[in-house]
Write a protein that binds this ligand. Structure first.
Ligand code: 1GP
Length: 245
């Protein structure tokens, strides 16, 4: 079922201590409907769609297909302001608060504002934070920003606090797609215990144990992309583990 307000449903889950699992689909790599059926059956909470760079995929067709085959809320996780589609339920309006690239802090938002305003999409303003993860990720390269060092928990904490004070509704801690190291539990803990808005963690989560560890450290929602492209059976296992916490 699609809630009237996805953000309210996230707040409600956070309040009741329920952890959530979002499956990230990259339109370039999406081919199999099998993944959608597995996600539906496993009770995946959200499907996020987007990528740092879409080359041959089509976000519009990809979301149409997801909407036709599932009842799972679809949230756009845009790699740039070309990745907007009316077919989705919501969009994370990302401000890259870990970086100092003016366009990704506010410039692209100015350009996208009129089309977002006239859309039916639920807009969820999100403080997006890239965290260093052992390898140079597509997100860091494409955004032309340096990620927060993986052991600088205080910088991450203060960045998230500032984001919350600026009125952002979510914090997304991202080690980057296919990250060699997931975000350290101490960083997730420090950030999530310093803000009251929900915290998303993702990047490099490729086992049930890593999903559980991120949730236990304080993430309200975990995002998994790459690992599921390699092993779809993880959908059921991660969903069950996260929902049991
Ligand atoms: C990347 O957080 C997401 O932006 C998910 O990362 O593809 O490594 O799961 P993975």
């Amino acid at each position: 079922m699609i809630p009237k307000s996805i953000y309210s449903s996230i707040l409600k889950s956070k309040k009741s201590g329920k952890k959530q699992f979002a499956l990230l689909i990259d339109p370039d790599k999406f081919k199999k409907s099998k993944i959608l059926a597995l996600a539906e059956r496993a009770g995946v909470d959200f499907i996020m769609v987007g990528g740092s760079l879409i080359t041959n995929g089509n976000i519009e067709d990809c979301i149409k297909k997801i909407k036709a085959e599932t009842n799972i809320p679809v949230i756009i996780f845009p790699g740039n302001n070309l990745q907007i589609s009316q077919q989705a339920d919501a969009i994370l309006l990302l401000s890259l608060i870990s970086g100092r690239n003016a366009n990704l802090l506010i410039g692209d938002h100015v350009i996208a504002a009129p089309s977002l305003k006239s859309s039916n999409l639920e807009i969820i303003s999100t403080g997006y934070m890239l965290i260093e993860s052992g390898n140079h990720t597509a997100a860091a390269y494409m955004s032309n920003t340096s990620p927060i060092p993986s052991d600088k928990y205080d910088i991450a904490m203060c960045t998230a606090m500032a984001g919350e004070m600026l009125g952002l509704k979510l914090i997304y801690l991202d080690a980057g797609s296919g990250a060699a190291k997931t975000i350290h539990e101490s960083m997730i803990h420090k950030v999530s215990s310093s803000v009251s808005i929900p915290v998303i963690a993702g990047g490099g989560i490729n086992t049930v144990a890593k999903a559980i560890a991120s949730c236990k450290a304080g993430a309200d929602i975990i995002v998994v992309g790459n690992a599921i492209e390699k092993d779809a059976s993880l959908i059921k296992k991660i969903a069950a583990a996260v929902h049991k916490l």
